[in-house]
Structure formats: structure tokens, C-alpha cells
Design a protein around this ligand. Structure first.
Ligand code: HEC
Length: 163
């Protein structure tokens, strides 16, 4: 009787959407509580893995204010880490300036506010060349490939040292 019910729950877990499984387990709990613990523990990973992952990501983003997590993903996804060192993103590239320290100095030399300088450096890299670094190596098209919303997230991320 119990074995049969277990089989049924597992079968449902494999085929039915997570919501239905939740209902089925809840339903089952009402009758025989002890066995439900085992069933739900084995059934959940297969059926609700996606939902769990999404929830974890959301929680992490909320805990840090959201934008830093998103910006770090943009930074890595756009390939910035290949050329730049930037500690908050765990980046160790050496082709371009160290973004932990260089933008502040270069913004002063270029007589610009930090955020405006960083934005210019991303969308129009050749407008100012950081001393000792090559011209026309940083791709000039991030403004169009990322779009202004993602560029702005990167600007905030770098200007605030990863916060
Ligand atoms: C192929 C290598 C390469 C990639 C990829 C790259 N950069 Fe650069 N970046 C450079 C180089 C070289 C410079 C220095 C020359 C200059 O000032 O344009 C630079 C300059 C900068 C500067 C100005 C730093 C300063 O102090 O003057 C910022 C900010 C910057 N990059 C951000 C980014 C971001 C954000 C990304 C990803 C969206 C990125 N870079 C991708 C090579 C790269």
C-alpha cells in the first residue's frame, strides 16, 4: 500500500509539473506523514531544480542590492575580464589598465567626472588612451553590442569598485 503510493508519487514527480507534484505531496502528507519526507527529498531535485536555481539567484541578487551581481555577469559575459584586472569580478587580465585603480587617475588627467570618464572609455575607448596602453585594442563597439542599460550598469559597477 505504501510502496504503491511511493511509486505513484515518483511517477507523478517525473511527469507532472512541479506545481502538481507539490499538490500531490501535500495531499499525501495528510495521510501518512512519515513516508512523505523520503519521497519529497528524492522527487524534488528532478522536478524543481530550475525553480530552485532561479530562487537562489534572486536571493543572492537581493542580498547585495542586485546590480553588482548583474553587472559582474555582464562584465564576464562581455569579455572584459580577458583584458582587465578588476578584483570585484575576480578578473586578472593584463592587456588593459587595472580597473581597480586606473580609472580614477585617468579621469583626473582627462578632467572628467569618474562615471562619465568610465562611460566614455567603454563606448569610445580611443577618446582617451590610458598612458602605457595600446590604442585600438579595446573593442570600440560595446555601446551597441551591450546597449546603454548594460553599459550604465558596468559604469556604476566600476565607478563604485564593484558595489
Ligand atoms: C581586447 C582587450 C580589451 C577588452 C575585451 C576590453 N578592454 Fe577595456 N581597455 C583595453 C585597453 C588596451 C585599454 C587602454 C586603452 C584605452 O584607454 O582605451 C582599455 C581601457 C579601458 C578603460 C579605461 C581605463 C583607464 O583608466 O583609462 C575602461 C573603463 C575599460 N577599458 C573598461 C572595459 C570594459 C567594461 C570592458 C568590457 C565591456 C572592456 N574594457 C573590454 C582593452 C580591453
Amino acid at each position: 500500500m505504501v510502496g504503491e503510493a511511493l511509486m505513484w508519487i515518483l511517477f507523478a514527480a517525473l511527469l507532472a509539473p512541479a506545481g502538481f507534484v507539490g499538490w500531490a505531496i501535500g495531499h499525501y502528507t495528510g495521510h501518512t506523514k512519515n513516508h512523505t519526507v523520503t519521497v519529497s527529498a528524492s522527487a524534488r531535485p528532478t522536478t524543481t531544480a530550475a525553480a530552485t536555481t532561479a530562487a537562489a539567484t534572486t536571493t543572492a541578487a537581493a542580498a547585495t542590492g542586485g546590480s553588482a551581481v548583474a553587472a559582474k555577469a555582464i562584465f564576464s559575459g562581455a569579455g572584459c575580464a580577458a583584458c582587465h584586472t578588476f578584483k570585484p569580478a575576480g578578473a586578472t587580465g593584463k592587456i588593459g589598465p587595472d580597473l581597480d585603480t586606473a580609472p580614477e587617475k585617468d579621469a583626473k588627467k582627462d578632467k572628467m567626472a569618474l562615471a562619465a570618464f568610465i562611460k566614455q572609455s567603454i563606448v569610445d575607448p580611443n577618446a582617451y588612451i590610458s598612458p602605457g596602453f595600446p590604442k585600438s585594442v579595446m573593442p570600440p563597439n560595446f555601446g551597441s553590442t551591450l546597449g546603454s542599460a548594460k553599459v550604465d550598469e558596468l559604469v556604476n559597477y566600476i565607478a563604485s569598485d564593484g558595489k
